[in-house]
Design a protein around this ligand. Structure first.
Ligand SMILES: [Fe+2]
Length: 275
């Protein structure tokens, strides 16, 4: 995708994905040109980073709303007065738990398109987040393996992660999605199974499904498909949840780390289109 940017600056951070964006103040409403450039930079780089964005919860939500309606987590509550802002907090009492590779809430029938994570409180060292390009991981497979996987679907669930539902609004979604999904904007194929939500590949014997998923999870761990982001307070990571997976590095216990996440609803169920 050839692109020229008039209002923002972009520095690519790794071969497979990731770019730092400068020249924009997210506390101010985005002009249409700047919005379009950030949107295109997100699709192309799959995860984009911003520094020194001292924004309020309302400004955080306004930025997210430029990209779609905001997602409310099916099982976890928001910060006071802002159900759309998911706090991710860990400290000496509450160790970080989501430190496996995943895309967020892939158990939803229409999973979210992306999330905007803002660092509020950080440990002195540690607490980086890693991102992996699921398009680069797909391209790293042989043609035979790409062909084999492209015909498959996998089940994604959430009871095993969030426990049983506690009340009527506390949902435990599940869904069947293609193992390889076509990115709806770029058209690129992306691996779409993850070790947190995917339970099994449909129509396979359990040990076949386990072997294929374990192979893919090891493949996704290849460092050439990754970028690692070192946070500072008021840094933002905005990832495309359709083309990436991420994992937090839980190496700072018992220090405190608090992040705010605004998540943007997807607009279509994952699909696969032969290319
Ligand atoms: Fe996540």
């Amino acid at each position: 995708m050839a692109m020229s940017f008039e209002t923002i600056k972009i520095e690519r951070l790794a071969g497979a994905l990731g770019a730092e964006i400068s020249g924009v103040d997210l506390a101010k409403p985005l002009g249409n040109q700047t919005f379009q450039e950030i949107h295109d930079a997100l699709v192309e780089n799959q995860v984009i980073f911003f520094r020194d964005q001292d924004i309020t919860p309302d400004q955080h939500k306004d930025f997210g709303r430029r990209f779609g309606t905001l997602h409310i987590h099916p099982a976890m509550g928001g910060i006071p007065g802002h159900p759309e802002i998911l706090p991710l907090h860990s400290d000496a009492e509450k160790q970080y738990s989501a430190n496996g590779w995943h895309s967020d809430v892939s158990c939803d029938p229409v999973p979210n398109m992306g999330a905007i994570l803002l660092a509020k409180v950080l440990p002195d060292t540690g607490g980086d987040t890693m991102f992996a390009s699921m398009n680069a991981a797909y391209e790293g497979l042989s043609g035979k393996m790409q062909h084999f996987l492209s015909g498959l679907e996998a089940h994604h669930g959430s009871v095993h992660l969030f426990g049983p539902s506690r009340h009527e609004n506390d949902k435990r979604p599940n869904a069947v999605h293609p193992v390889i999904r076509t990115h709806p904007v770029s058209g690129r194929p992306c691996i779409y199974v993850n070790s947190s939500f995917t339970t099994h590949i449909v129509g396979m014997k359990p040990k076949e499904s386990r072997a294929v998923l374990d192979f893919l999870y090891r493949h996704i761990e290849t460092p050439e498909y990754h970028v690692r982001f070192r946070w500072a307070v008021n840094s933002i990571a905005f990832w495309d949840n359709r083309s990436t997976q991420h994992r937090a590095i839980a190496d700072y216990f018992p220090q405190t780390r608090t992040m705010h996440r605004v998540t943007i609803n997807g607009t279509e169920a994952p699909f696969y289109r032969p290319h």
